[in-house]
Design a protein around this ligand. Structure first.
Ligand code: ZN
Length: 189
């Protein structure tokens, strides 16, 4: 019988709620968790979600924050890996973004707001995920190194160096305020 994603999520939620926050799963619970999420973790801890403290089902798996719902929702194996790769690739170009911020207009290029606390550097076109996918299509998925809770970084090697160069050549930026950035959708290209 095929177990639906919904049923697997309910089972994981029940598993998590049986373990108090700050406590590690027992060996049997880890095995059950791995079967339900098709993962292969050694340790699972029911953890406090610092970003969203009311989140009742946050986990640290092998020491890192882990989105078990995305793991269950992932379709082909590599969709999930690609998502992780994109995050690490974004982290790798954070210095380029910080540098761009120093020479870009210090106001929102859509609405004119100059509330500097709320200004973001945005990829005009192509969007970041297409730049990253273009690179992955050429060079394959990157090797990731663990860094700290929730943030995985690229292993430093030729790949990461090439990626930074590729991104630097491909990216076109604009300054947007937070609200224009989040309502951007497909409108501003
Ligand atoms: Zn704006």
């Amino acid at each position: 019988m095929k177990v639906t994603k919904k049923a697997r999520k309910e089972a994981v939620r029940a598993l998590i709620s049986s373990v108090p926050i700050g406590v590690f799963f027992t060996e049997d619970q880890v095995i059950e968790f791995n079967v339900l999420t098709k993962c292969n973790f050694k340790t699972v801890e029911h953890a406090l979600n610092f970003k969203f403290p009311t989140d009742p089902s946050h986990l640290h798996c092998d020491g890192d924050c882990f989105s078990w719902t995305s793991a269950i929702d992932a379709k082909p194996e590599d969709v999930y890996n690609r998502e992780k790769a994109h995050k690490a690739m974004r982290e790798a170009i954070s210095l380029q973004i910080a540098h761009a911020k120093t020479y870009l207009p210090q106001f929102c290029e859509n609405c004119g707001s100059s509330d500097t606390d709320k200004l973001h550097v945005d990829h005009v076109n192509p969007p970041f995920h297409l730049i990253a996918d273009g690179f992955i299509d050429l060079h394959g998925l990157p090797l990731l190194a663990r860094y700290q809770c929730g943030v995985q970084v690229l292993k430093e090697n030729d790949y990461s160096a090439k990626w930074m160069e590729y991104h630097d050549h491909s990216a076109v930026y604009q300054t947007l305020c937070r609200s224009c950035n989040s309502s951007k959708g497909g409108r501003i290209k």
